[in-house]
Design a binder for this molecule. Sequence first.
Ligand code: NAD
Length: 436
Amino acid sequence: MKLTFLGTGYVGLVTGAAMAELGHTVVCADIDTKKIAKLKKGVMPIYEEGLEELVMKNVAKGRLSFSSNMTEALAHGEVIFSAVGTPEDKVTGKADLRFVLAAAESFAKNLTGYKIFVNKSTVPVGTADLVRQCIAQHAPEGARFEVVSNPEFLREGRAITDFLKPDRIVVGVASEEAKGIMERVYAPLTKKGHPLLVMDIPSAELTKYAANAFLATKISFINQIAHFCEVTGANVQAVAEGMGMDERIGRRFLAAGAGYGGSCFPKDVSALIESAKEKKVQLSILQSVDSFNDAQKIYPVQLLKKQLKTGLAGKRVALLGLAFKPDTDDVREAPALYVVRELMAAGATVVAYDPVANKEFSRVLGEAAVTYVRSARAALRKADAAIIMTEWKEFSALTQEDFSLLAKGAAVIDGRNSIDKQCVESAGCSYKGIGI
Ligand code: NAD
């Protein structure tokens, strides 16, 4: 089928390339002309394992192309996916639907015949109605269209596999015609046994928020248990193991640490809370999850202050891990951003290292006087303390010799419970994890 993606960001690029891999002919379009120019030269705008190969392979086969010309791009697709951003409005906490409505408007203005507008972005319940109104307002007389909800569940770092081997595909439709079209789009995956769940549009829109909010709740739950572990002598990893073996609970998302971040959980929890408030429903559990997580992001700094006793002023702190999780260079809402600001406010000097996210982190953080280095060893050298903020494999592989580079008696705070305590202690440093 001929598909067009409006928005060639994380979701648009990965899903567009993966749809091409499934045999569709895909145009990925974006208003960011620089991004499109780079992609045309084969330069990936994000780091995601396997993405470059997938893109290059499908471009070579003639199934994938890039465009910043919306009219051309929209003329191509029989199905138009919108994968534009839905960032958090920092004043209201709601989802900012500006980009979704702009995409709907350009869809409408270029509409010929019958096409469907598939919303892949994460949006509040009721957005499909707004999109429908927007398209109706701008579309030519007599044009036929439908709006479909098809939220995306891929995880950064495993995005391609997640898309090509999904647990489920959720599609919200209002007609049999749209249902049939979406079944054809996803036929290559459903034929392999991946379930396609067809439901009404509001349920599809809400499923995505509810799933993310539940995962965020699971993380905050174990983090709060970790706090209790710290005063009782219990070990949160043992507790999580014991809980997780119960198949009703499951082990995943029970890793205690320095809170969740990223481009999805924080904004989606906030948007869900706010959209419910509009309907006079208080999602009190999620309100607690949200505020608890804000505090948890800087908890490693509190632990460090306790360990150092002398205060942080003038101390050199090695910050290992800047991305919000491993295997990505995405630093959006990364807890490390909050930790850096907290450390600097306390007068510490920060030497930071991430295997892939140094550049992106410095761009997002801006002016702050952080020194970025090219290896964990360079960050550790002569530092008075180290905080691990991302569970990159290369940090779990750090040895006693690596930690010996730290200043004598340095404190190591393992914000992800991911490094070897023994290596740290045998290097003469103190070790403190979260809830262990
Ligand atoms: P992103 O910011 O990486 O990409 C969005 C892209 O849309 C940008 O390149 C932007 O230039 C482009 N854009 C904006 N307005 C446009 C327009 N009118 N026409 C064409 N392009 C336009 O965002 P993302 O991380 O890919 O997320 C997109 C959506 O998917 C969000 O709603 C997000 O919540 C959801 N989502 C993200 C993930 C994830 O892991 N990143 C996973 C699942 C769902």
